[in-house]
Design a binder for this molecule. Sequence first.
Ligand SMILES: Nc1ncnc2c1ncn2[C@@H]1O[C@H](COP(=O)(O)OP(=O)(O)OP(=O)(O)O)[C@@H](O)[C@H]1O
Ligand SMILES: [Mg+2]
Length: 481
Amino acid sequence: MDPALLDAIPLAAYVALDDERRSLRYVSAGIEALVGVPASELAAVEACLDALVHPEDRARVRSEVAGVCNPGDALRSEYRLLGRDGRTVWVRDQAVVGVDDRGSRVLRGVLLDVTDEHLTQRQLDGSDARLRLLTGQLPAVVWTSDARLALTSLAGRGLAVVAADAAGFPGPAVVPELERALAGESVSFPLSFGGRQFEATAQALLDDRGAPVGVIGVALDVTERRAAEAALVEREAQLREAQRLEALGRLAGGVAHDFNNLLTTISGNAKLMLEEIPAGDPLREEAESIVRTSSRAEALVDQLFAFARSGELAVEEVDVNSVVHDLEPLLHQLVPTGTTLVVSPDPTIGPALVDPARLEQVIVNLVVNARDAMPDGGTLRLGTSATVDSVASPGEPGCREVVVTVSDTGIGMDPETRARIFEPFFTTKEPGRGTGLGLATVHRIVEQSGGRIVVESQLGLGTTFRVVLPGSPADRPGASS
Ligand SMILES: Nc1ncnc2c1ncn2[C@@H]1O[C@H](COP(=O)(O)OP(=O)(O)OP(=O)(O)O)[C@@H](O)[C@H]1O
Ligand SMILES: [Mg+2]
């Protein structure tokens, strides 16, 4: 071959002994562009390729060279050459083992400058690593799947929360959405996985020609946000309800007051009329009806007063069991024969913080409701017990609470009724039998006392009301007595 031709092409051809040092027998002019030393100068000293390899790559290259020893073996390696002026070039070394005319094993090869390729690759590696870092830190799950929707990759900090079962992500429930994404739509959908809530979006992954080859999706973990939103909605609803009851209470108080004055006049005059109408006079019946009706109206006014006053509390430490005990005779009178009243106080409950007169009102209301729910008789249970506040923040000692339970084996409630029972004037009883103010009053008293009411009811199976009252602070575990 014409050496001039070899010297003309932008690579360095070489012949070197196939040993660790790779002593150069020949090198073409192209070497000067790589290491800044003319080929003639290299040939003059006893030059070897090994000395030109960057020190950091040398050990690796030596072992690669040692791996090719039989004639016909091919060496293919990439490494840096360290130039005379300190420059570094990446070369691809492709050589074949042969035997020269003196019978020595030699490597005949070419060195090609691949520095640019390496730079690009490094940038790619860098951006790849950055992307991995980014997706790894994203508070989301990023995933791809193939055209058959089988998972192909999964990343993101959100993974930690689905880790146990990550291979099953995003689950079969969202297949219809992913199919739409594969068909070219950009879809958003809610996603539940591993007990967490996500908001997800997905799109088709396209190949160079624009054909869909899979789906890429991003799912943001919104579990905490959803819970916070729900809590906020609930708090707002509670506040609105409290304000509504407050306004109603004031209105009821005002109306009851004026109405009470009118009623006093009506029933007073009706009674006077009765005194003057002789027995047997047909007018007596009308006058008696006025007296009867106005006394029902007075009972209603009393309830309105009770509701209106239920917001004003005289809270004190109350032994709930003794309130129950004192009420028992009255309760037995309220309950008809055919209904069994079982009273079971827990002697260990400790005092509650409540207005004792209002507590009586609460118990009587609940017992009357329970009685009314058992027109054919049944069992009415009234009990007390203690719990530890389950909504106390973790780490805080839970506050003891006192629970009054009233349960019946009566008609129960459907969910629609159950949802409305605390509304003022909501009643399912026939006109004249219920005002619908009982539970509204109970609710108001309990809320104002810092307690809560838990209701369990099933149609036909009875109802249980649990009134949870705050225990007295001296009763908190750990508090000094
Ligand atoms: N123990 C119960 N079992 C079944 N339904 C009940 C029970 N307690 C209450 N309810 C339902 O809740 C409704 C409202 O009760 P609430 O005590 O507020 O009013 P009321 O009993 O109808 O009238 P009143 O103002 O005379 O008490 C009742 O009409 C009834 O439908
Ligand atoms: Mg009632």
